[in-house]
Design a protein around this ligand. Structure first.
Ligand SMILES: *Cc1c(COP(=O)(O)O)cnc(C)c1O
Length: 386
């Protein structure tokens, strides 16, 4: 593969060297915990699978190639990646956080990492000035997830990177919703990209995994140290599945975006829908270098908790489930599901109302998806709407 190959090609060929020495076109699963050494203390090759495993390495190399980083790291889950990353900080440090984020990340910040005397300051990062204003001499990191889960807020990564560079602070971006096919934060100046591989990168709802990608080699050495020292690594079977999923990332993201755009437009015309949250749908410009709007659509139904619950139970193609990013469409009620770990007052303050519904739009035929939603909207005909 040429060094400047395009992302569609990198997704398929970046790990070609991991062919098991026999020319295997698909990366083998190295189900081994340890490796035969040539002599005591020999560290010239693989030693132990927590430290390095060829199947995991093939995935890590692919992640780095996709995000245009120098090093990639694979973990047992997205939250394991986040937890490992936070070891770059020390007690007393502050993290400035874009205030709409995955509920599990919020829970880890507030209920785990706070006990280690890290402080998290939440700001509306749609305006980069709010980030700058929240920075103090103790700030060690800026954490942004964009588009955000579940409100689909868009942040200007380039603007945040300028602030981070100027003040010598690390900028970490959770790129789970967009994927490197849609935006590449390292190219926009971020220091670190974090992924839940569970979602679009694996893409088939068949594993849990996490990733970290960095550009700076010294930073890569540090993350590599913590990956091995903490040990929350991904196993070879899941790494294999994830690699397999990544090969079709480009065509999946195209179809996810195409279907989701049509569904967002359909929802905008529905009288029971108060608001549609989807990049670009309300006339806003997509941030620089965001290639497509993606496959996630949130919307607000003007109805009470019980009616909304009935709505999300009223589809048959859309599966009622947490998670996102697989080929199959999912429907989720954040207030009672993915974001239930955020206290109700904080949830409502941030706009995660009882009427909010989040769709992970899959790659089925879009007409079947729209007909399915039409069916769920018919539940409103039986009960009066507020
Ligand atoms: C799911 C998710 C995570 C956490 O990843 P896990 O693999 O579930 O641990 C982090 N960030 C975002 C945006 C997510 O959607």
């Amino acid at each position: 593969m040429k060094k400047d190959a395009r992302i569609e090609t990198r997704a398929i060929h970046a790990a070609a060297e991991y062919d098991g020495g026999v020319g295997a076109v698909s990366v083998p699963i190295y189900a081994t915990s340890t490796f035969r050494l040539k002599a005591p203390g020999d560290e010239s090759g693989y030693v132990y699978s927590r430290t390095a495993n060829p199947t995991r390495n093939a995935l890590e190399k692919t992640l780095a190639a996709l995000e245009n980083g120098s090093r990639g790291f694979a973990f047992a889950s997205g939250l394991a990646a986040t937890n490992t990353l936070m070891n770059l900080l020390k007690a007393g440090d502050e993290v400035v956080v874009g205030d709409d984020l995955y509920g599990g990340t919020y829970r880890q910040f507030e209920r785990v990492l706070k006990n280690f005397n890290l402080k998290f300051i939440y700001v509306d990062a749609r305006n980069p000035k709010n980030i700058e204003d929240a920075i103090s001499e103790n700030t060690g990191m800026i954490w942004l997830e964009t588009p955000t889960n579940p409100l689909m807020h868009l942040y200007d990564i380039e603007a945040a990177a300028k602030i981070a560079k100027k003040l010598g602070i690390l900028l970490a971006v959770d790129n789970t919703f967009a994927t490197p096919y849609i935006q590449r934060p390292l190219e926009l100046g971020a220091d670190i990209v974090v992924h839940s591989l569970t979602k679009y990168l694996a893409g088939h709802a068949d594993l849990v995994g996490g990733g970290i990608i960095v550009k700076d080699e010294e930073l890569g050495e540090k993350v590599g140290f913590y990956q091995n020292a903490i040990g929350a690594v991904q196993g070879p079977f899941d790494a294999y599945l994830c690699l397999r999923g990544i090969k079709t990332l480009a065509i999946r993201m195209e179809r996810h975006s195409e279907n989701a755009s049509k569904i967002a437009a359909f929802l905008k015309n529905k009288k029971n829908v108060k608001e549609v949250l989807y990049p670009g749908i309300n006339g806003e410009r997509l941030p620089n270098k965001m290639r497509l709007p993606g496959g996630m659509v949130s919307f607000v139904i003007d109805a009470d908790f019980e009616t909304v619950k009935r709505f999300v139970m009223g589809t048959s193609v859309f599966v009622l489930a947490e998670s996102l990013g697989g080929v199959e469409s999912l429907i989720n009620h954040p207030a009672s599901m993915t974001h239930a770990s955020i206290p109700k007052e904080i949830r409502e303050e941030r706009g995660i109302s009882d009427g909010l519904v989040r769709l992970s739009v899959g790659i089925e035929h879009v007409d079947d998806l729209i007909e399915d939603l039409e069916g769920a909207f018919r539940t409103f005909e039986k009960v009066p709407i507020r």
